[in-house]
Design a protein around this ligand. Structure first.
Ligand code: BGC
Length: 248
């Protein structure tokens, strides 16, 4: 079965039909740049362009980089335009996509759902975190494979800062941090999560997971196993489609 997945990120809006049996993209994904300001109307135009590129007419799962309740309502918008707050995203996208059935969920939750089924979290029980490092830090928490949605642990306080301002890959780029320096910050962040949740496994996702060898070996003193995500940049698209399939 195929369902369409869209991942709305800080830099791009990416989407493709997803083969749900294989947990992979059925076609090469299509990407448009995220508009700035990333208002609901402008982002909805981008989503329409991505879905329209494939002439898709079935259900669509869409990720959003903020808290999403009930598969529809946006509650926070840390790195996108604040006018998203309280937007009924299902109605917005549904209208723009000529009535296609829409499911919306948090971006890290979507990536986590995909990794738990098809990637680094397959068959893993106990407490597992999928963390995405990018413009912000996204978190998805699983207990025996079951998602606790909207955990937002990228906003824990770290060294007196919002953790994602200190340890995201954007922070690495903005402050021109070396891999060693950045890995040290990520280590402190993981230690904090470990103190609170004692997970069995941390799965490190986001674009930087492709460069895991540059920083994972530098992280020390964490009890939990730490592994890179396997679906890398497609996890959000796959997870969004999986969630939309479930809503059918
Ligand atoms: C948002 C989260 C999101 C993460 C990654 C954070 O700023 O609050 O909802 O998952 O960024 O995009």
């Amino acid at each position: 079965m195929q369902i369409f997945g869209v991942d709305i990120g800080g830099s791009g809006i990416k989407g493709a039909p997803v083969d749900l049996d294989r947990g992979d993209l059925a076609e090469e994904r299509y990407k448009v740049l995220t508009p700035h300001p990333a208002t609901p109307e402008a982002v909805a135009d981008g989503v329409k362009e991505v879905v329209g590129h494939f002439g898709w007419t079935g259900p669509v799962g869409i990720t959003f980089p903020g808290v999403v309740t009930g598969g529809s309502t946006i509650r926070t918008a840390a790195n996108v335009d604040k006018s998203w707050i309280d937007t009924d995203a299902r109605a917005l996208f549904g209208e723009r996509l000529d009535g296609l059935p829409i499911t919306v969920l948090n971006d890290a939750d979507a990536a986590g759902v995909a990794e738990m089924q098809f990637g680094a979290g397959r068959d893993r029980r106990g407490t597992v975190f999928l963390l995405t490092f990018g413009t912000g830090i996204g978190s998805a928490l699983f207990m025996d494979g079951l998602l606790v949605p909207n955990t937002e642990l990228g906003h824990l306080e770290l060294n007196g800062h919002d953790a994602e301002k200190h340890a995201s890959t954007k922070a690495k780029e903005d402050h021109d941090l070396s891999w060693e320096h950045w890995a040290h910050r990520v280590q402190k962040y993981l230690a904090h999560l470990e103190m609170l949740f004692s997970p069995e496994l941390f799965i490190i996702g986001g674009g930087v997971s492709r460069k895991a060898q540059k920083f994972l070996p530098l992280i020390e003193g964490i009890r939990a196993e730490i592994v890179p995500a396997q679906l890398q940049n497609n996890a959000g698209i796959v997870g969004a489609a999986m969630r939309a399939a479930k809503a059918e």
